[in-house]
Design a protein around this ligand. Structure first.
Ligand SMILES: [Zn+2]
Length: 335
């Protein structure tokens, strides 16, 4: 395993920092200090409690598989790397953009890409996997380019659901004492999309969190970041506009209501995303938001900004803390 060259991803986990705080100042005093600083005390943090690992998982996002650029071998190499770790993950989560593109691509090419994706996972992923949806996994929303009419039985989000055997893109499950929520970030906007949970999904999320015991830590996966810092490098003209302008396609436009919901559920610990093909980590109001790079780097053309081809490796602990490392797998772009 080789860690990313980007030292910005090597932070100690937030929970450790908080634990150090608690150890030094005493739980009550530290809790008061955190509250005074506008931060919630750490979830489940008990001074002196053993930090027992509950689960190790790999988060593979933005694989963008396609016939060219040696992409199938790249996805296979990534999975082989994760599966060969001496301490092998017990679960794979994918973060969407599984194929290069179906959004504006005709049927035959989309079919080829899904064939490659299913084949690689069948042969290389030896542990349970839960798939997330990305914008490029939707078939035909750009009707002019895809030549879709919208009346096809497998139009839109349905094709990928059928291929992967899913009944819904948003869903939740429990494993190893943690609660996992897979969100569908992609809301239609003309022939394009924006990052948003539709109202029905938002109400589902509200109910799902309400059902989850407050003592159960929660991990959330979305394709588009709920909150990220790296999206700002895609803004332009901010000086002449005298304002930053983040596209609704880059970050969830409904983050403010999601944030308000999270304030009621302090067991939401970590939110993983992809889409930007960059790595960042935002600590905000007791939740860690990680934009987790891309298996494909710059769509199989090398590194993107400072992000090498890689995946997230997470250790989840019973006390609600976690460690995250962005892990490269030694891929050399050939495209
Ligand atoms: Zn995307």
């Amino acid at each position: 395993m080789s860690a990313s060259r980007d030292s910005s991803v090597q932070h100690p986990p937030a929970a450790l920092t908080r634990r150090d705080l608690l150890r030094g100042a005493g739980a009550l005093a530290a809790g008061a200090a955190l509250a005074g600083a506008g931060l919630r005390p750490a979830f489940g943090d008990e001074p002196g409690a053993a930090r027992r690992r509950a689960l190790r998982l790999a988060h593979l996002t933005d694989m963008h598989i396609m016939p060219g650029r040696n992409a199938p071998a790249g996805v296979a190499a990534c999975l082989k790397h994760a599966m060969a770790l001496p301490d092998r993950p017990g679960l794979v989560l994918t973060g969407g953009d599984l194929i290069m593109d179906g959004f504006e691509t005709e049927r035959e090419s989309t079919k080829t890409q899904w064939g490659l994706f299913v084949d690689v996972f069948k042969h290389e992923c030896g542990v349970p996997v839960e798939h997330g949806l990305g914008n490029h996994d939707i078939w035909g929303w750009n009707k002019s380019k895809s030549k879709a009419t919208g009346d096809e039985a497998d139009y839109g989000k349905k094709w990928a659901m059928d291929v992967l055997g899913l009944e819904s893109w948003h869903r939740s499950f429990d494993r190893a004492g943690w609660h996992f929520i897979m969100l569908d970030s992609i809301t239609q906007n003309g022939e394009g999309y924006i990052g948003r949970l539709d109202d029905e999904q938002f109400e589902w999320l509200r109910a799902d969190l309400a059902r989850t015991p407050a003592s159960t830590p929660v991990l959330i996966v979305s394709h588009i970041p709920l909150l990220a810092a790296c999206v700002y490098v895609h803004c332009k003209d901010e000086e002449s506009r005298k304002a930053w302008h983040v596209s609704g396609g880059l970050m969830h436009t409904d983050f403010r209501r999601i944030r308000e919901l999270f304030l009621k559920h302090r067991n939401v610990r970590v939110c993983l995303s992809g889409h930007i093909h960059q790595i960042d980590r935002v600590e905000y109001e007791g939740v860690t938001y990680i934009c987790d790079g891309a298996v494909s780097g710059a769509w199989w053309k090398g590194r993107h900004y400072n992000c090498d081809e890689g995946y997230g490796l997470l250790d989840l602990y019973a006390d609600g803390s976690f460690d995250h490392t962005y892990t490269t797998y030694g891929w050399k772009a050939q495209g």
